[in-house]
Design a protein around this ligand. Structure first.
Ligand code: PLP
Length: 383
Protein backbone atom coordinates (compact mmCIF):
# COMPACT_ATOMS: atom_id res chain seq x y z
CA UNK A 1 0.00 0.00 0.00
CA UNK A 2 1.52 3.32 -0.96
CA UNK A 3 1.94 5.80 1.85
CA UNK A 4 0.50 9.31 1.57
CA UNK A 5 3.14 11.84 0.59
CA UNK A 6 4.26 14.14 3.38
CA UNK A 7 4.94 17.41 1.63
CA UNK A 8 7.75 19.50 3.11
CA UNK A 9 8.67 21.47 -0.01
CA UNK A 10 6.36 24.46 0.34
CA UNK A 11 9.14 26.80 -0.83
CA UNK A 12 9.05 25.10 -4.23
CA UNK A 13 5.32 25.54 -4.52
CA UNK A 14 2.12 25.32 -2.48
CA UNK A 15 -1.23 23.65 -3.14
CA UNK A 16 -4.03 26.02 -4.11
CA UNK A 17 -6.20 26.83 -1.09
CA UNK A 18 -9.75 25.52 -1.73
CA UNK A 19 -11.16 28.99 -1.05
CA UNK A 20 -8.86 30.40 -3.74
CA UNK A 21 -9.97 27.74 -6.20
CA UNK A 22 -13.64 28.42 -5.51
CA UNK A 23 -13.12 32.13 -6.11
CA UNK A 24 -11.35 31.42 -9.39
CA UNK A 25 -13.76 28.86 -10.87
CA UNK A 26 -16.51 31.21 -12.20
CA UNK A 27 -13.89 33.15 -14.17
CA UNK A 28 -13.09 30.20 -16.45
CA UNK A 29 -16.46 29.77 -18.18
CA UNK A 30 -19.21 31.83 -16.62
CA UNK A 31 -17.41 35.16 -16.19
CA UNK A 32 -14.97 34.69 -19.04
CA UNK A 33 -14.74 38.28 -20.31
CA UNK A 34 -11.61 40.07 -21.41
CA UNK A 35 -10.72 42.76 -18.86
CA UNK A 36 -9.80 45.06 -21.74
CA UNK A 37 -13.27 44.85 -23.38
CA UNK A 38 -14.81 48.22 -22.54
CA UNK A 39 -17.99 47.87 -24.55
CA UNK A 40 -19.99 45.21 -22.69
CA UNK A 41 -20.83 43.70 -19.32
CA UNK A 42 -18.61 40.62 -19.75
CA UNK A 43 -15.58 42.90 -20.02
CA UNK A 44 -16.71 45.12 -17.16
CA UNK A 45 -17.15 42.09 -14.90
CA UNK A 46 -13.63 40.88 -15.69
CA UNK A 47 -12.20 44.38 -15.21
CA UNK A 48 -13.92 44.70 -11.83
CA UNK A 49 -12.47 41.33 -10.74
CA UNK A 50 -8.97 42.46 -11.75
CA UNK A 51 -9.43 45.80 -9.98
CA UNK A 52 -10.57 44.02 -6.81
CA UNK A 53 -7.59 41.66 -6.95
CA UNK A 54 -5.24 44.60 -7.43
CA UNK A 55 -6.69 46.11 -4.24
CA UNK A 56 -6.22 42.83 -2.35
CA UNK A 57 -2.58 42.53 -3.40
CA UNK A 58 -1.83 46.17 -2.63
CA UNK A 59 -3.45 45.89 0.81
CA UNK A 60 -1.20 43.00 1.77
CA UNK A 61 2.00 44.91 0.97
CA UNK A 62 0.68 48.40 1.80
CA UNK A 63 0.90 50.20 -1.52
CA UNK A 64 -1.43 51.93 -3.94
CA UNK A 65 -3.36 49.60 -6.26
CA UNK A 66 -1.96 51.57 -9.22
CA UNK A 67 1.52 50.42 -8.24
CA UNK A 68 0.78 46.74 -8.95
CA UNK A 69 1.66 45.29 -12.37
CA UNK A 70 0.40 41.75 -12.91
CA UNK A 71 2.87 39.31 -14.45
CA UNK A 72 3.20 35.56 -15.02
CA UNK A 73 5.10 35.19 -11.74
CA UNK A 74 8.20 36.35 -9.98
CA UNK A 75 10.65 35.38 -12.71
CA UNK A 76 8.90 37.69 -15.16
CA UNK A 77 8.53 40.43 -12.53
CA UNK A 78 12.27 40.21 -11.80
CA UNK A 79 13.09 40.44 -15.49
CA UNK A 80 10.80 43.46 -15.87
CA UNK A 81 12.32 45.19 -12.83
CA UNK A 82 15.99 44.56 -13.55
CA UNK A 83 15.99 44.90 -17.35
CA UNK A 84 13.39 47.66 -17.09
CA UNK A 85 15.61 49.77 -14.83
CA UNK A 86 18.69 49.00 -16.91
CA UNK A 87 16.99 50.21 -20.06
CA UNK A 88 15.32 53.24 -18.50
CA UNK A 89 18.30 54.51 -16.48
CA UNK A 90 21.27 53.67 -18.74
CA UNK A 91 21.76 57.43 -19.20
CA UNK A 92 22.66 57.65 -15.51
CA UNK A 93 24.85 54.55 -15.40
CA UNK A 94 25.16 50.84 -16.02
CA UNK A 95 26.22 49.59 -12.59
CA UNK A 96 24.00 47.10 -10.73
CA UNK A 97 24.66 45.60 -7.29
CA UNK A 98 23.26 42.30 -6.14
CA UNK A 99 24.09 39.46 -3.76
CA UNK A 100 25.67 36.09 -4.46
CA UNK A 101 22.74 34.37 -2.69
CA UNK A 102 19.96 35.81 -4.84
CA UNK A 103 17.61 33.52 -6.76
CA UNK A 104 18.79 32.49 -10.24
CA UNK A 105 16.06 34.66 -11.75
CA UNK A 106 18.00 37.70 -10.50
CA UNK A 107 21.50 36.33 -11.05
CA UNK A 108 20.84 35.07 -14.57
CA UNK A 109 19.14 38.33 -15.54
CA UNK A 110 22.18 40.25 -14.28
CA UNK A 111 24.50 37.90 -16.20
CA UNK A 112 22.48 38.54 -19.33
CA UNK A 113 22.68 42.31 -18.83
CA UNK A 114 26.47 42.00 -18.55
CA UNK A 115 26.45 40.92 -22.19
CA UNK A 116 24.70 44.21 -22.97
CA UNK A 117 27.26 46.33 -21.16
CA UNK A 118 26.04 46.28 -17.56
CA UNK A 119 28.66 46.15 -14.82
CA UNK A 120 27.41 43.97 -12.00
CA UNK A 121 28.85 43.68 -8.49
CA UNK A 122 27.92 40.41 -6.75
CA UNK A 123 28.32 41.12 -3.05
CA UNK A 124 29.21 38.30 -0.63
CA UNK A 125 27.33 37.28 2.52
CA UNK A 126 28.73 36.01 5.81
CA UNK A 127 28.56 32.42 7.07
CA UNK A 128 25.03 33.08 8.37
CA UNK A 129 23.89 34.25 4.94
CA UNK A 130 23.67 37.90 6.01
CA UNK A 131 25.05 40.97 4.21
CA UNK A 132 27.75 43.43 5.29
CA UNK A 133 26.00 46.81 5.14
CA UNK A 134 29.20 48.84 5.24
CA UNK A 135 30.42 46.95 2.22
CA UNK A 136 27.15 47.73 0.45
CA UNK A 137 27.54 51.42 1.24
CA UNK A 138 31.10 51.43 -0.10
CA UNK A 139 30.08 49.55 -3.23
CA UNK A 140 27.40 52.01 -4.38
CA UNK A 141 28.82 54.41 -6.96
CA UNK A 142 27.59 57.49 -8.84
CA UNK A 143 26.64 55.23 -11.73
CA UNK A 144 24.85 52.58 -9.62
CA UNK A 145 21.31 52.49 -10.97
CA UNK A 146 19.97 49.49 -9.05
CA UNK A 147 20.55 47.41 -5.92
CA UNK A 148 18.85 43.99 -5.76
CA UNK A 149 18.55 42.29 -2.38
CA UNK A 150 16.04 39.57 -1.64
CA UNK A 151 13.72 39.74 1.35
CA UNK A 152 13.97 36.09 2.42
CA UNK A 153 16.21 33.44 0.95
CA UNK A 154 14.44 30.49 -0.68
CA UNK A 155 17.04 27.92 0.40
CA UNK A 156 17.80 28.97 3.97
CA UNK A 157 14.91 31.26 4.93
CA UNK A 158 17.40 33.92 6.05
CA UNK A 159 15.77 37.36 6.17
CA UNK A 160 17.84 40.30 4.94
CA UNK A 161 17.78 43.65 6.80
CA UNK A 162 15.78 45.17 3.99
CA UNK A 163 14.93 48.47 5.70
CA UNK A 164 18.58 49.23 6.46
CA UNK A 165 19.55 48.30 2.90
CA UNK A 166 16.85 50.61 1.51
CA UNK A 167 18.13 53.52 3.63
CA UNK A 168 21.67 53.07 2.33
CA UNK A 169 20.52 52.74 -1.27
CA UNK A 170 18.30 55.84 -1.08
CA UNK A 171 20.99 57.95 0.60
CA UNK A 172 23.06 57.23 -2.52
CA UNK A 173 20.13 58.07 -4.83
CA UNK A 174 19.87 54.61 -6.32
CA UNK A 175 16.83 52.33 -6.77
CA UNK A 176 16.12 49.35 -4.54
CA UNK A 177 14.56 46.12 -5.82
CA UNK A 178 13.68 43.30 -3.46
CA UNK A 179 12.67 39.77 -4.45
CA UNK A 180 10.07 39.05 -1.77
CA UNK A 181 8.72 35.86 -3.37
CA UNK A 182 9.36 33.81 -0.24
CA UNK A 183 8.33 36.45 2.29
CA UNK A 184 5.07 38.00 1.05
CA UNK A 185 2.03 36.41 2.66
CA UNK A 186 4.10 34.70 5.34
CA UNK A 187 5.60 37.56 7.33
CA UNK A 188 4.93 41.31 7.34
CA UNK A 189 6.12 42.87 4.09
CA UNK A 190 5.24 46.56 4.00
CA UNK A 191 6.83 48.41 1.10
CA UNK A 192 6.36 51.82 2.79
CA UNK A 193 7.84 50.72 6.09
CA UNK A 194 10.74 48.92 4.41
CA UNK A 195 11.39 51.60 1.77
CA UNK A 196 11.24 49.24 -1.21
CA UNK A 197 11.00 50.74 -4.72
CA UNK A 198 10.41 47.59 -6.75
CA UNK A 199 9.31 44.21 -5.42
CA UNK A 200 8.10 40.91 -6.86
CA UNK A 201 5.70 38.32 -5.52
CA UNK A 202 4.24 35.08 -6.83
CA UNK A 203 0.84 33.44 -6.25
CA UNK A 204 2.00 29.82 -6.21
CA UNK A 205 4.14 30.39 -3.13
CA UNK A 206 1.12 31.56 -1.14
CA UNK A 207 -1.54 28.94 -1.90
CA UNK A 208 -2.56 30.58 -5.17
CA UNK A 209 -2.24 29.29 -8.74
CA UNK A 210 0.98 28.89 -10.73
CA UNK A 211 1.74 31.29 -13.57
CA UNK A 212 0.67 34.54 -11.96
CA UNK A 213 2.46 37.12 -9.85
CA UNK A 214 3.07 40.83 -9.61
CA UNK A 215 5.65 43.56 -9.63
CA UNK A 216 5.24 46.48 -7.25
CA UNK A 217 6.51 49.68 -8.89
CA UNK A 218 6.80 52.77 -6.66
CA UNK A 219 5.03 55.81 -8.10
CA UNK A 220 6.28 58.52 -5.75
CA UNK A 221 9.30 59.30 -3.54
CA UNK A 222 10.90 58.28 -5.86
CA UNK A 223 8.81 57.60 -8.95
CA UNK A 224 10.41 54.61 -10.65
CA UNK A 225 10.35 54.47 -14.45
CA UNK A 226 10.69 51.17 -16.25
CA UNK A 227 11.03 50.22 -19.89
CA UNK A 228 8.58 47.46 -20.81
CA UNK A 229 9.74 44.00 -21.88
CA UNK A 230 6.53 42.98 -23.62
CA UNK A 231 4.82 45.32 -26.08
CA UNK A 232 1.42 45.12 -27.71
CA UNK A 233 -1.77 46.77 -26.52
CA UNK A 234 -0.49 48.77 -23.57
CA UNK A 235 -2.05 46.71 -20.77
CA UNK A 236 -0.84 47.26 -17.20
CA UNK A 237 0.08 50.91 -17.77
CA UNK A 238 2.06 49.92 -20.83
CA UNK A 239 4.46 47.85 -18.75
CA UNK A 240 3.09 44.40 -19.54
CA UNK A 241 1.00 44.04 -22.65
CA UNK A 242 -1.11 40.96 -23.25
CA UNK A 243 -4.63 39.87 -22.32
CA UNK A 244 -4.82 39.67 -18.56
CA UNK A 245 -4.94 36.25 -16.90
CA UNK A 246 -8.15 37.17 -15.10
CA UNK A 247 -8.62 33.76 -13.45
CA UNK A 248 -5.07 33.69 -12.15
CA UNK A 249 -5.22 37.30 -11.01
CA UNK A 250 -8.46 36.61 -9.12
CA UNK A 251 -6.68 33.67 -7.45
CA UNK A 252 -3.68 35.79 -6.53
CA UNK A 253 -5.94 38.44 -5.02
CA UNK A 254 -7.84 35.91 -2.94
CA UNK A 255 -4.58 34.25 -1.80
CA UNK A 256 -3.32 37.67 -0.63
CA UNK A 257 -6.60 38.35 1.10
CA UNK A 258 -6.45 35.05 3.02
CA UNK A 259 -2.77 35.56 3.87
CA UNK A 260 -3.50 39.00 5.30
CA UNK A 261 -5.97 37.41 7.73
CA UNK A 262 -4.20 34.19 8.55
CA UNK A 263 -0.44 34.53 8.13
CA UNK A 264 0.24 35.45 11.74
CA UNK A 265 -1.46 32.35 13.12
CA UNK A 266 0.14 30.18 10.45
CA UNK A 267 3.60 31.58 11.23
CA UNK A 268 3.17 30.91 14.92
CA UNK A 269 2.08 27.32 14.35
CA UNK A 270 4.82 26.69 11.80
CA UNK A 271 7.54 28.07 13.99
CA UNK A 272 6.57 25.57 16.71
CA UNK A 273 6.56 22.67 14.23
CA UNK A 274 9.85 23.81 12.70
CA UNK A 275 11.46 23.86 16.16
CA UNK A 276 10.12 20.38 16.88
CA UNK A 277 11.57 19.04 13.64
CA UNK A 278 14.87 20.88 13.90
CA UNK A 279 15.53 20.05 17.53
CA UNK A 280 14.84 16.34 17.07
CA UNK A 281 17.23 16.18 14.12
CA UNK A 282 19.93 18.28 15.84
CA UNK A 283 19.76 15.79 18.71
CA UNK A 284 21.16 13.14 16.35
CA UNK A 285 24.51 14.94 16.54
CA UNK A 286 26.74 16.21 13.70
CA UNK A 287 23.75 18.05 12.24
CA UNK A 288 24.12 21.78 11.52
CA UNK A 289 21.70 24.57 10.69
CA UNK A 290 22.64 26.47 7.54
CA UNK A 291 21.98 30.18 7.95
CA UNK A 292 21.09 32.61 10.70
CA UNK A 293 18.79 31.18 13.32
CA UNK A 294 17.78 34.64 14.49
CA UNK A 295 16.85 36.32 11.21
CA UNK A 296 14.90 33.70 9.32
CA UNK A 297 11.45 32.69 8.17
CA UNK A 298 9.33 30.71 10.63
CA UNK A 299 8.66 27.74 8.35
CA UNK A 300 12.08 26.83 6.94
CA UNK A 301 15.12 25.00 8.16
CA UNK A 302 18.09 24.00 6.04
CA UNK A 303 20.10 21.27 7.75
CA UNK A 304 23.48 19.75 6.96
CA UNK A 305 23.91 16.11 7.97
CA UNK A 306 27.62 15.35 8.25
CA UNK A 307 28.82 12.25 6.33
CA UNK A 308 25.43 11.84 4.62
CA UNK A 309 24.79 12.41 0.92
CA UNK A 310 21.55 14.37 0.82
CA UNK A 311 20.42 12.91 -2.52
CA UNK A 312 20.81 9.34 -1.17
CA UNK A 313 19.01 10.31 2.02
CA UNK A 314 16.09 11.83 0.10
CA UNK A 315 15.96 8.80 -2.24
CA UNK A 316 15.44 6.52 0.76
CA UNK A 317 12.43 8.53 1.90
CA UNK A 318 10.13 8.56 -1.14
CA UNK A 319 7.10 9.24 1.05
CA UNK A 320 8.54 12.61 2.11
CA UNK A 321 8.87 15.52 -0.34
CA UNK A 322 12.14 17.26 0.48
CA UNK A 323 14.55 19.43 -1.49
CA UNK A 324 18.29 19.74 -1.78
CA UNK A 325 18.86 23.45 -2.13
CA UNK A 326 16.50 25.13 -4.56
CA UNK A 327 13.95 23.35 -6.72
CA UNK A 328 15.29 24.82 -9.94
CA UNK A 329 18.69 23.15 -9.53
CA UNK A 330 17.67 19.99 -7.74
CA UNK A 331 17.32 17.79 -10.86
CA UNK A 332 21.03 17.12 -10.54
CA UNK A 333 22.88 17.11 -7.23
CA UNK A 334 25.07 20.14 -7.56
CA UNK A 335 26.56 22.49 -5.02
CA UNK A 336 24.07 25.12 -3.93
CA UNK A 337 25.29 28.60 -4.90
CA UNK A 338 23.69 29.91 -1.71
CA UNK A 339 25.55 27.57 0.65
CA UNK A 340 28.70 28.10 -1.39
CA UNK A 341 28.42 31.86 -0.90
CA UNK A 342 28.05 31.23 2.85
CA UNK A 343 31.32 29.29 2.87
CA UNK A 344 29.49 26.02 3.49
CA UNK A 345 30.36 24.37 0.21
CA UNK A 346 31.75 21.25 1.90
CA UNK A 347 28.37 20.65 3.57
CA UNK A 348 26.30 21.60 0.55
CA UNK A 349 25.79 18.08 -0.81
CA UNK A 350 24.82 16.94 2.71
CA UNK A 351 22.18 19.63 3.12
CA UNK A 352 18.42 19.28 2.98
CA UNK A 353 15.83 22.06 2.87
CA UNK A 354 12.70 21.48 4.92
CA UNK A 355 9.97 23.99 4.11
CA UNK A 356 6.74 23.59 6.04
CA UNK A 357 3.36 25.02 5.13
CA UNK A 358 -0.06 25.69 6.55
CA UNK A 359 -1.25 22.14 5.95
CA UNK A 360 1.71 20.56 7.79
CA UNK A 361 0.61 18.70 10.92
CA UNK A 362 2.40 17.72 14.10
CA UNK A 363 1.79 14.08 13.26
CA UNK A 364 3.57 14.51 9.92
CA UNK A 365 6.54 16.15 11.61
CA UNK A 366 6.77 13.29 14.09
CA UNK A 367 6.73 10.74 11.24
CA UNK A 368 9.37 12.70 9.32
CA UNK A 369 11.61 12.96 12.37
CA UNK A 370 11.34 9.27 13.18
CA UNK A 371 11.86 8.07 9.59
CA UNK A 372 14.70 10.48 8.87
CA UNK A 373 16.48 9.62 12.13
CA UNK A 374 16.28 5.89 11.38
CA UNK A 375 17.70 6.32 7.86
CA UNK A 376 20.46 8.66 9.01
CA UNK A 377 21.56 6.27 11.77
CA UNK A 378 21.61 3.40 9.29
CA UNK A 379 23.54 5.40 6.67
CA UNK A 380 26.05 6.53 9.23
CA UNK A 381 26.57 3.01 10.58
CA UNK A 382 27.31 1.81 7.05
CA UNK A 383 29.62 4.71 6.17
N1 PLP B 1 12.51 34.26 -6.42
C1 PLP B 1 12.51 33.39 -5.41
C2 PLP B 1 13.16 33.76 -4.13
C3 PLP B 1 11.89 32.14 -5.56
O1 PLP B 1 11.89 31.28 -4.54
C4 PLP B 1 11.27 31.82 -6.81
C5 PLP B 1 10.65 30.50 -7.01
O2 PLP B 1 11.22 29.47 -6.74
C6 PLP B 1 11.30 32.78 -7.83
C7 PLP B 1 11.92 33.98 -7.60
C8 PLP B 1 10.62 32.51 -9.15
O3 PLP B 1 9.23 32.59 -8.98
P1 PLP B 1 8.18 32.13 -10.10
O4 PLP B 1 8.08 30.64 -9.96
O5 PLP B 1 6.92 32.82 -9.74
O6 PLP B 1 8.70 32.55 -11.41
Amino acid sequence: MSQKLIYLDYNATTPVDKRVLETMLPYFSEKFGNAASHTHAAGWTAKKAVDDAREQVSKLINCDAQEIIFTSGSTEAINLAVKGVFNAYSGKGKHIITYATEHKAVLDTCKYLETLGAEVTYLPVNSEGLPDLQLLEKSIREDTILVCAMFANNETGVIFPVKEIAEIVHAKKSIFFSDATQAVGKIMVDVQEEGIDLMCLSAHKIYGPKGVGALYVRRKNPRVTLTALIHGGGHERGLRSGTLNVTGIVGLGKACNIAADEMWDDAQKLSILRTLLEQSLLDLGSVFVNGSQKQRMPHITNLAFAVIKADSLIAQLPHIALAMGSACTSALPETSHVLQAMGRESLSLSSVRFSLGKYTTEEEIKTVTADLSAVIKKMRSEA
